[in-house]
Structure formats: C-alpha cells, structure tokens
Design a protein around this ligand. Structure first.
Ligand code: SF4
Ligand code: SF4
Ligand code: SF4
Length: 293
C-alpha cells in the first residue's frame, strides 16, 4: 500500500483506506486488516506497542473481528502506517468497499466444524478485500449450521454443511440418532431411522453418533447465503446454492460481486437490490452454468 500523504488525500479517501475521523479534532481511528480475526502473537505484541506509541494506549476489538487503534493524531498517520505495514497488520477498509472477512474457528478447533473456515476466509480476503463497490460489502464464513459467524446477517455468507444418508439395512433401530439430532429431524418407523429433510439443517451430528455406522456422509460442502445485513433496517440473507469446493464459492461470489456492481443503485445494499429486481431472476442469472446441487 502506498504511504499516506496528508496534503494530497481528503477525509473520504482516508476513510476508504481504514482511517476513520473521530469526533475529536484532528484525531483518527486506524482500522487494521485482520482476515478471519486472526493475528499472530508477534503481530499482537507489535499492535500493542504501536497503539501505545501513536494512539491512546489501547485497541478496540470491533463487532466484526476487527482491530482498530483510536486516538491517532492526523500528523502521525504516515508514521503509524509505516509501522503497521512493517508489523504485517496494515490499515484496512472502510466506506464503499469489501470489508474485513470474518470467520468462526471452523474445523481448526471447533468440534462441530465442518469446513476449513480460515482457508476459505483467506481465499476470499485475497480475491475481494477492499474491492471498490457502490456500497459496503461484508463476508462471513461459518463452519457449521450453528452459524456462529452469522452468515445470514452479512451481504455474503458461507456455511459448512454435511448431507447424510441412512442405510436401513445397517440400522438397528437404537434411536441414538433421534436423540442426538438438535432439530428432531430423524424419526423411527418399524425400528428403522429416516430423515425428515425439511427439518434437517445438514450438521452431520447424527452420522458421528450412530454406533452402527449406518449413517454416512453423502455430501460435504458449502451453503451460500446472499443479501443479509444488520443496521437500521436489518434483513436476513437468503440461501442461494450449495457447492462442493472452495473454488466454486469464490467463483459464485465473483459473479455476484460483478452483478452487484452493474445493478446496485448508489448506497443500495445487495439484499435490497436483489429484492428490487426479484430473487428468482437474480438466482436464475447467478446459477446459469453453475454446478451446484
Ligand atoms: S459455527 Fe459451528 S464450527 Fe463455527 S464456531 Fe460455531 S459451532 Fe463451531
Ligand atoms: S443411531 Fe444408527 S443404528 Fe441407531 S437408529 Fe439411528 S441410524 Fe439406526
Ligand atoms: S444432519 Fe443434523 S439436522 Fe440433519 S438429521 Fe442429522 S443431526 Fe439432524
């Protein structure tokens, strides 16, 4: 990233690069690029020193896994930028751009995790972070249907999913899966288990619990949501497609981002744009030639 040259850059340009003007005269909050909310121990120590040297001696952890340093004087922006770049935690994104990509721990640490959330978050960060848009765009990656990273409350959400199949011949009728399923999506009939699909959230817990190995994974992949947001007029994102690879996830988001650039009105969030144009038409346009299920 090029250095900030204060005489040449106005406040809007500063904001777009993660320098947010505060209510106090000449003071800025510097927002950092922190994909998936992860920083190394060394980076964290560096951020602490930098906040002490140039800010108010503390950092603020944002609601979207971001880190920002408040109370930086406008005359220190060049120097703090240099230090942050050296620390490999450069200033981030604000304004009408793709914002910090957030992710839950997924299968790295969580026992419920289905997908590699950090790997996918890194791919999305590399492809989309800070891309110029008509309006802010937020991505969330969540490891399973518990949805801790709130994929339905972001413009673009991804969720790890597993579809299971029950082999009746192997099923002993023990009922462990019916007790295990958080959504009461498995019933026993004639001592054989079967899944009620419109209740199943695709978490895969039943397959792990079955003592007879009668439940197997049919499909492990990603469910994509689009059009969610918080704020003054919250909206839940809608399910668009299920795909099997992280590369397909990136490809479908590229398609949606390009569509959004063509169709969004100024300051219109993607969910509002989809509603104005019609979800079915949007879905049809997006899924042409896609290989989802
Ligand atoms: S969404 Fe699932 S994988 Fe991610 S933290 Fe929550 S329970 Fe774990
Ligand atoms: S846990 Fe397995 S064996 Fe027991 S009822 Fe369910 S599918 Fe059948
Ligand atoms: S995948 Fe999850 S929600 Fe679906 S039947 Fe199994 S335990 Fe229930």
């Amino acid at each position: 990233m090029s250095m900030v040259v204060l005489k040449e850059i106005d406040e809007v340009s500063l904001k777009n690069s993660g320098y947010i003007k505060q209510r106090q005269k000449d003071m800025f909050t510097v927002r950092l690029r922190v994909p998936c909310g992860n920083v190394t121990s060394e980076q964290l120590i560096g951020i602490g020193h930098i906040a002490k040297q140039f800010g108010g001696g503390y950092v603020h952890i944002t609601t979207r896994q971001g880190v920002q340093i408040p109370n930086v004087n406008v005359n220190d922006l060049d120097n703090i930028t240099e230090e942050l770049q050296f620390n490999c935690t450069p200033p981030g994104s604000s304004g009408p751009h793709v914002r910090n990509i957030i992710a839950c721990p997924g299968n790295h640490e969580c026992t419920s995790g289905i997908i590699d959330t950090y790997g996918l978050g890194g791919m999305l960060d590399g492809e989309f972070f800070k891309e110029k848009m008509h309006v802010k765009m937020k991505f969330a990656v969540t490891g399973c249907p518990n949805g801790c990273a709130k994929p339905q409350a972001n413009d673009f959400g991804v969720m790890g999913i597993i579809k299971c199949t029950i082999n009746s011949e192997e099923c002993s009728g023990c009922g462990i899966c019916t007790d295990t399923c958080p959504d009461k999506a498995i019933i026993l009939k004639n001592e054989k288990a079967s899944i009620i699909w419109d209740r199943c959230k695709l978490c895969g817990k039943c397959a792990k619990a079955c003592p007879s190995d009668a439940i197997s994974e049919d499909f492990r992949g990603y469910k994509i949501f689009v059009g969610g947001k918080n704020g003054r007029n919250p909206k839940l994102g809608r399910e668009l497609i299920e795909v099997t690879s992280s590369h397909e996830v990136v490809a479908i988001f590229r398609k949606i981002i390009n569509w959004s650039k063509k169709n969004n009105l100024s300051r219109e969030r993607v969910g509002d744009c989809i509603e104005r144009i019609g979800f079915e038409k949007f879905k049809h346009d997006m899924l042409l030639q896609e290989g989802g299920t």
